[in-house]
Structure formats: C-alpha cells, structure tokens
Write a protein that binds this ligand. Sequence first.
Ligand code: SAM
Length: 213
Amino acid sequence: MTEQPHEPFTGRGAGRMDAIAKGPFAPIYPVIARQIIDTCNITEGRCVDIGCGPGHLAMALGAASNLSIDALDSSNDMLAIARQNIQEAGLTDRVHTVCGDVHDLPYDDNSIDLIVSRGSFFFWDDRVRAFQEIYRVLRPGGRTFVGGGFGTPALKAEITEKMRVIDPEWEVKAAERLAPKNRDAIRRDLEKTGIPVYEIHEGEAGFWVIMRK
Ligand code: SAM
C-alpha cells in the first residue's frame, strides 16, 4: 500500500516540523532516546525509527548507542531534511534514511532488533495493519517503543508554553491526540492485531507500546 504523505509533512510543512524539532522540541529527543534504551535494553543491532520526520529521535538514539538505524518516513521532503541533519550531526555511518510506509515495511520477517516511532501513529491509515507489520519484521528477542510523548511532564509543560506563541492551536490538537478516547482506540486496535505480548507505558507525558517477540 503506497499512500501519499499527509500534507503537513510535505513541502513547507516539512520545514516547519524541522524548525519546531530544532526549537521547542529539541530537549525531548535525548530524553526519549534514554528512556528507549533503559526500557528496551537494546544498544546494538538494527533499529528502525518509523515516521522519523526530520530525524531527531533517530539521531539521538544513534548518538547514545551502537545501533545501526534506518530513519524511515513516507515523505521524501522529510527525508531530504533528515539526510541533511544526519550529515551535519556526523552520523552518516550509522543513521540512514529510508523511504517507506509503515503499512508495508521494506524489511524481511524477524530482521529488526528495535523499532521506535514517535508522534507518527496518529497519522497511520490502518493502525492494526501497521502494528502487525511492525511485529512481522521484529526479530525474536526484539522490542518496540512506539507511541507519542514529550519525555517528562516538565518538558511537556515547557513545550506547551513555547508552542502557544508559535501555533495557538497546537495545545488543543496535542491534547486530542493523546485523549483517553484515542488511547482506548489504540488499545482496541492492539487487541485486534493478535500480537501476544505487549505492554503499554503511559503517563502524563506519553503513551508507548512496548511489544516483545
Ligand atoms: N518522529 C518525528 C518526531 O518525533 O520529530 C516526526 C513526527 S511527525 C509528527 C509524523 C511523521 O510520520 C511525519 O514525518 C510523517 O511523514 C510520518 N508518517 C505518517 N504516516 C506515515 C506512514 N504511513 N508511514 C511512514 N511514515 C509516516
């Protein structure tokens, strides 16, 4: 299934996302990378960041581990920015961009040790299929850290303050995405997948699906 990337993630939308990721959101990526490593305990092997956008989580994970990371996105405009960011960060040896769709991942079964994704699953067209795809490519012994969040409640509060100036609608949109009814919908989708072992780690600052295989 090949989808057209959603409009906020192409053209000027991609540039805007990079500016926000380099501005108010910048402190969250190293914090989330550390949470991923502490939770999943995987620091080498193959990792994919699905819906990497401008690549900041992939780069933070690359800097904090020995993982070989594919920064995957369905938007070529996002990937062009990610490539530039990865080059500027000096991480081209271990972080590579890949154009792909979460509904049809370009990987063999049981081939990826760690699959991460931040802020992307709100935009997937068929979350059940996407979760099943992620599980298909996950290697036995592998883990996922897939969801949305801001690192800590304090970082979330700081971002909210700054985003009020940049985009007055952002606070409402962000609250809606992780509202209880959406969290419940994600739980129901996970139940439909038939994936046998997963946990949900959730709190004020995030909602993450940790699958095990
Ligand atoms: N993960 C990045 C971050 O936290 O800064 C970017 C998050 S951005 C809100 C969501 C990203 O998911 C966009 O770059 C978008 O192109 C990507 N995306 C949306 N649907 C996708 C799909 N079906 N497959 C792959 N990527 C997708």
